[in-house]
Design a protein around this ligand. Structure first.
Ligand code: GUN
Ligand code: ZN
Length: 374
């Protein structure tokens, strides 16, 4: 097996790259979309479903799994791979972001972040070391450093101090998990809010630390799409060319294609899974809502160009009925479809980069997604 952490770029098309990232649970072909499995499950799907739609790697959340059922319990039951019967790579977020978005009464110090559980109000402390230990207990293939993601609109001085703290925390995470240990990887996270110069400083400081990859955090936090693209276009090219780049928590199909065009290799987002559960479906002809009356007696497949089980088997009329009746199968079929749409798009992206046809592919998606506003 090739050494985990090895990142080989196989093809380039403009700034877009197609490559392979080695992990302790196999190879990830990039650019990749990682379905979100916050609670050690991609909501409504099982591992067989994930294999069927050709998911390569899934995401888990340190914050949630530490709270419930507990990372030490997960460790005793074989880590996330054994516990959740998932045999492919797992990436875990550090908990930083969830503490800032979910938990109550946070207090940030040099040591770490204290907060109250969103489940029972109990007090907890995450230090950089603790965040790494939890991710080690979860058996994560790709761990993320503990970071502070500042809210949209945070002023310059606070953002500048915050990114320095994120850098010091990142160095402590690397000390807690030295490079190469157990074949598990650790990624740094660039912060710096919506200030280009602070993004540069954050990236430069983190690049002094030997991470196996670099994430761009603090985006998709309430800014306009134009603002996100401005920061991404500034930040992505600064990051090392020979390491994977991961845009956290983004986004729509067009956000992802625009990220790929700027040289991003990895993406995760709750959008396809969350939208599936409220009937919003991504198709080759744009975004639709299955509850619309026009689908009431529509006998055609949801998306004739999709190869997922839902599209191969059921009509729009049936999918609409399941949704209107709030049937459990609606969640599963809609999630299967939306994730397959994202994963198939990434397969097309990888192939197009190999053929020098990425811009043509992006234009095709733009034509479908301009009219449906995503
Ligand atoms: N997920 C989306 N954005 C972020 C971020 O800035 N930091 C972390 N840790 N996770 C994220
Ligand atoms: Zn489908």
């Amino acid at each position: 097996m090739t050494r985990p952490g090895t990142f080989n770029i196989l093809a380039r098309d403009g700034a877009a790259r197609h490559g392979t990232l080695e992990t302790a649970h196999g190879t990830v072909r990039t650019p990749v979309f990682m379905p979100v499995g916050t609670q050690a499950t991609v909501k409504s799907l099982d591992p067989r479903d994930l294999h069927d739609i050709r998911a390569q790697i899934v995401l888990g959340n340190t914050y949630h799994l530490y709270m419930r059922p507990g990372d030490e319990l997960v460790a005793r039951l074989g880590g996330l791979h054994g516990f959740a019967a998932w045999d492919r790579p797992v990436l875990t977020d550090s908990g930083g972001y969830q503490v800032f978005s979910l938990a109550g009464l946070r207090e940030i110090t040099e040591t770490g972040v204290t907060f109250r559980s969103h489940i029972d109000g109990s007090p907890h402390l995450f230090t950089p070391e603790k965040a790494v230990q939890i991710q080690q207990n979860l058996g994560s293939d790709i761990m993320m450093v503990l970071d502070e993601c500042v809210a949209y609109g945070t002023e310059y001085d606070y953002t500048a101090k915050s990114l320095e703290l994120t850098t010091r925390w990142a160095a402590r995470c690397r000390d807690e998990h030295p490079i190469g240990q157990n074949g598990r990887l650790l990624f740094g996270i660039v912060q710096g809010g919506f200030y280009e110069d602070l993004r540069t400083i954050s990236a430069q400081q983190l690049m002094e630390i030997p991470f196996e990859g670099f994430a761009i955090g603090g985006l998709s936090v309430g800014e306009s799409p134009d603002e996100m693209r401005r920061l991404l276009a500034h930040t992505a090219p600064i990051l090392p060319d020979d390491k994977p780049r991961y845009l956290m928590g983004v986004g729509t199909p067009m956000d992802i294609l625009d990220g790929v065009a700027l040289g991003v290799d990895m993406f995760d987002c709750v959008l396809p899974t969350r939208n599936a559960r409220n009937g919003t479906l991504f198709t080759s002809f744009g975004k639709i809502n299955i509850k619309q009356a026009r689908f009431k007696e529509d006998d055609s497949p949801l998306d004739p160009e999709c190869d997922c089980y839902a599209c191969r088997t059921f009509s729009r009329a049936y999918l609409r009925h399941l949704y209107m009746a709030r049937e459990l199968l609606s969640y599963r079929l809609n999630t299967l479809h939306n994730l397959r749409f994202y994963l198939k798009m990434m397969e097309e992206v990888r192939e197009a980069i190999g053929q020098g046809a990425f811009e043509a592919l992006r234009a095709r998606y733009r034509a479908a997604y301009e009219q449906s506003e995503q």
